[in-house]
Design a protein. Sequence first.
Length: 330
Amino acid sequence: MTSTKDVAAMPAGTTPPASPRVPAPRQRRRRKGLGESVVPYLLLAPGVIAIAALLLWPTFQLVLISFRKLDLRELVTGQLVWVGFDNFASVLADPQFWEITLRTLVFTASVVAGTLVIGMLVALLMKHINPVIRVILQVTLVLAWAVPVIAATTIFQWIFDQQYGILNKTLDRLGFDGFIGYSWFSSGTSTMTVIGILIVWQAVPFVAFSLYAGLIGVPREQYEAAGIDGASGPQTFRAVTWPALKPILTIVTFLSVIWDFQVFAQVWAVKQGGPDGQSTTLPILMYLKGIASSKFGPAAAVSMLMLVILIALTARYIQILVRSKEVELK
C-alpha cells in the first residue's frame, strides 16, 4: 500500500499507484438438507389432501356425471352410458332455463344490495349509539343470526300468512285498506320479495358485525383531523370511513354473492318454487331435475352451468377490484 509520505515525496503531476483491493471473505451458503426442503411440503400435505378429497374429487365426479345418462335405472344397475354434451344441449335449449337464470341473477343482486346497505347502516348505528343500547342491539343481531334456517322460514310464513298473519292485521289497523285476506304468496314477485326479506334478515348480522369491526379499527385521530379541517359528515365518511370499510365490504360482497346465488332451503320451504314455478331459481331447478325427477345427468349439467356463472361473476368482480386498486396506486 502507498503511504502518505510516499505520496508527498512524488514529483508534481505523478499519479500515485492504485492500492490493491483486498478481496472480501466469501460467505459460504449452507446447503439445505433433504429433510429441511421436504418438511414444508409434508406440513402442507394434510391440508392439500383434505381439500382434494372434499372439493376437487366431488367436482370431478360432477363433471363426469354431466356427460352421462344417469337416471334411476343406470344408478341401480351401475351402467355407464356416455351422452357427451347432450345434457348441456337439452338444458340450454330449454327457454325455462334462461328465464330461471335471469330470475336468479336479479334476485341475487337485489338481496346482496339490500344486505350491504342495511348492514352498513346498522354498523354505523352501532358506532354512534349509547353503549348500553349497542349491547342490546348486538345481542338481538346475534339471536337473529342464530335462528335455524327452517325455523326462520316458518316464522316468516306465519307473519305473511293470508288469514292469520300479523302483518296483514297490522297494515289494516294502520289504515292500509285491502290487506285483510291478502295472499303474499299468490304471485312469483311477491313470493320472491318475501324470500328476499327473509334472506336479508338472516344475512344482515354477519355484514353488520364485519363492517362494525372495520369501523372501530379506524383511529380517532383521523376523525379529529377531518373535523379540524372543517370536513362535513359526508366528506368525513368519504375520506376516512369509506377507505377503512372498502376492503371488508369487498370481502362480504364476494361472500354474499356466492351464498345468495345458491340459496335453496328458504326458497323451497316457502313455496317449493311456486306458484307455477314463478319463484324457481337455479338451485331449485337442479333439485327438480335431479332428486325429484331422478335425471341426474341434466341436474349435473345445471350445476356445472351454475359454477360457470359464478366463476364469470367472481372473475368480473376481481377484475373491477384490481382496476380500482391500480387507480388508487396512480
